[in-house]
Design a binder for this molecule. Structure first.
Ligand code: SF4
Ligand code: SF4
Length: 226
């Protein structure tokens, strides 16, 4: 299902909507007119099937999510699942991921999904990506993040709900843009911080410990070249 134009074009409105009561015919005809008018409009009602949480490879996280989690104290419980990846050498992405298995395999599904009870463990502070799901926005138009979501086309969509869905999708898009802009700076700062911390720790070592460290580092280096 494609998303969809925001309002019917003038021609369609003139063609599909009766101008006054005398033009309205039977209920069936009205229903046909309504269907034609609504065709292409985003309609969604979550069916609570859990597919979007069970099958996810990763949930994309924005700086806005991290900042909110920091404020509402959610961060300590999600910290272990956060991963920063560099995509295509320049694009940095923060995501929520299940830890790899002992065999090094990446497990499917969101680590915060409670499969037994079919609930999100952080629903009270849900990531912007999930809050706007399945509606996405690319800075120009809306799109469906996952066309297989069973909630698409279900229920009724009031103007107010549609407006909120669009707002959430835009908020998710804007948060990602800000995150993409900030991450290289944050990465640089984190790296600098880690290097300074390591330097300080090495300075605190005794001479014996420093010698042992040199031996270990030497062995590591040799192992890498053999
Ligand atoms: S958003 Fe879609 S896939 Fe996810 S639980 Fe709701 S209906 Fe299922
Ligand atoms: S954060 Fe919650 S809503 Fe989002 S994928 Fe995980 S369990 Fe589902």
């Amino acid at each position: 299902m494609k998303l969809i134009k925001e309002t019917p074009s003038e021609n369609e409105t003139e063609k599909d909507e009766p101008k006054d009561e005398s033009e309205a015919k039977t209920d069936e005809e009205m229903e046909t007119k309504k269907t034609k008018k609504d065709r292409g409009k985003y309609v969604f009602e979550c069916q609570k099937c859990g597919k979007c949480c069970e099958k996810k490879e990763a949930v994309i996280i924005s700086m806005a999510d991290l900042s909110r989690w920091n404020e509402d104290m959610t961060l300590p419980s999600v910290y272990q699942f956060l991963e920063i990846e560099i995509k295509n050498n320049d694009h940095v992405q923060i995501s929520l991921k299940k830890p790899e298995t002992e065999e090094g395999k990446a497990e499917e599904g969101c680590p915060l999904y409670d499969e037994q009870n079919k609930i999100c463990n952080i629903y009270f502070s849900i990531p912007l990506y999930c809050k706007s799901f399945p509606l996405g926005y690319d800075g120009d138009k809306y799109f469906l993040k996952d066309k297989s979501c069973p909630g698409i086309g279900c229920g009724k969509m009031s103007e107010e709900t549609l407006k909120k869905a669009r707002c959430d999708a835009k908020e998710d898009f804007e948060a990602r843009i800000s995150t993409a802009m900030l991450l290289p700076v944050i990465n640089g700062l984190a790296l600098k911080f880690l290097m300074e911390q390591s330097k300080k720790q090495i300075e605190r070592l005794s001479e014996d410990q420093k010698e042992k460290l040199k031996e270990i580092m030497g062995e590591e280096g040799n192992n890498r070249t053999t």
